[in-house]
Design a protein around this ligand. Structure first.
Ligand SMILES: Cc1cc2nc3c(=O)[nH]c(=O)nc-3n(C[C@H](O)[C@H](O)[C@H](O)COP(=O)(O)O)c2cc1C
Length: 204
């Protein structure tokens, strides 16, 4: 894996090829890499539910679209957010057509009462695996996008997929498809010098 993979693994939405199936073996290969991620006390709490059944994808997509609309209502998007938003809407509209929807789950429920340490340990033990998974997909020419909108309806989706809600939390929904040809462009981000401080806050 090179630096290029790290800088060009984007939120792929419009480039997802909705016409090609994704092989289970490819998904398993990527899970094999995902599980090398770090986790608190090496608990390895990850579970991956791969949904390829069309009707189930339709049900998930309906929840996703309702959540997406609810999330947008009553707020004005930032001007720099508009492109991303239009591509996010495109994904929402086509979610059921994406060949594989991968629900990443973690054993346990979000900590209550929440504390910075407990939250960091809970989510910090699963998101590195999510990102590993996305990098591994991209390296094979598969595209994905980290999404969470479905969590508005986490309980309903848990029921739909027989996920034991009281014991397992869903943390991300990763649509996976082959990537249609297109330029591999590094994401635009603030320069390192703007986001790095030395010795104390505010001394960038
Ligand atoms: C925690 C988290 C939640 C996200 N949720 C969604 C989502 O629900 N729907 C979506 O289309 N994108 C979602 N994204 C993707 C972000 O919009 C995307 O990573 C960001 O705009 C950067 O995109 P880029 O790497 O292509 O520049 C989420 C990303 C993160 C890290």
């Amino acid at each position: 894996m090179g630096i290029e993979l790290l800088t060009t693994t984007r939120a792929f939405r419009r480039r997802l090829d909705l016409t090609r199936t994704v092989a289970r073996q490819d998904l398993l290969d990527c899970v094999r890499i995902a599980v090398h991620a770090p986790s608190g006390s090496n608990r390895q709490p990850w579970r991956f539910v791969v949904v390829q059944d069309y009707q189930t994808k339709q049900r998930i997509a309906e929840y996703y679209r309702k959540a997406f609309a609810a999330n947008l209502s009553g707020r004005t998007p930032r001007p720099d957010e508009l492109g991303d938003l239009s591509s996010a809407r495109h994904l929402a509209d086509h979610l059921h057509e994406v060949p594989a929807l991968v629900l990443v789950c973690t054993i346990g429920r979000p900590p209550e009462p929440a504390s910075p340490l407990r939250l960091a340990s809970f989510y910090g033990s699963i998101y590195p695996a999510v990102w590993n998974f996305m990098l591994a997909l991209h390296e094979r020419g598969l595209g994905s996008c980290l999404t969470t909108a479905h969590l508005y309806y986490e309980r309903e989706i848990a029921e739909l997929l027989d996920i034991p809600f009281d014991e397992v939390a869903q943390v991300a929904l990763i649509p996976v498809a082959h990537l249609r040809p297109g330029p591999s462009v590094a994401a635009r981000r603030a320069p390192a010098t703007e986001v790095t401080m030395w010795d104390r806050w505010g001394t960038a």
